[in-house]
Design a protein around this ligand. Sequence first.
Ligand code: NI
Ligand code: MN
Length: 225
Amino acid sequence: MKLKYLGHAAFYIESGDFKSLIDPFLNGNPQAKASPDDFTNISHIFVTHGHGDHLGDTVEIAKKNNSTVITNFEISVFLGEKEINTHPMHIGGRSKFDFGIVKMTPALHGSGIQTPDGMIYGGNPCGFVIEVDGKKIYHAGDTGLTMDMKLLETENIDLAILPIGGNFTMDIDDAVRAVEFIKPKKIIPIHYDTFPIIKACPQEFKDRVKNVEVIILDSNGEYTL
Ligand code: NI
Ligand code: MN
């Protein structure tokens, strides 16, 4: 499968007719080189939580592409009211799709949805284990280090996508510990340098992770798994 990093926590993942986005924060994302119009035939959008830098351009892209949004129940209801197709899941749930298998994993974070009328309850934040073409990707979403990550070891994760920027999520110290828990084959660090408050050096992370390949992608950088 083909991956493209879109900056911050956003990814494009493609395998045949499965053309998906994860946390498509493009408008207003200082790292984004892509815009919502660059994507066509998006079949699925994964949303880890309700914060603006993750929910991002989901509404616009889902409407234009008639995409199915896979997210927690509360965000599914929020999007459903905007006539967007959703597939609600919740923490610990695993579900089969035509493209593969998805499991929703816990994240330690918030999930409120900011609107002009105030903050809407967005359920629990999550991560995803997405299995496509016999490969498993774990996108952690925004999270602190959790003991629950130890449970992911038996998932045999091929690629872990982990935040390293600190302040709102794991910093490099904790992300290094997360790698010891998860034992993935490869890692892509995310959620750093987008804003001054989450400044972090991915090369330092790479140097500190032992025996696992760390792939540092620039915005719009591609990787084939
Ligand atoms: Ni967040
Ligand atoms: Mn975030």
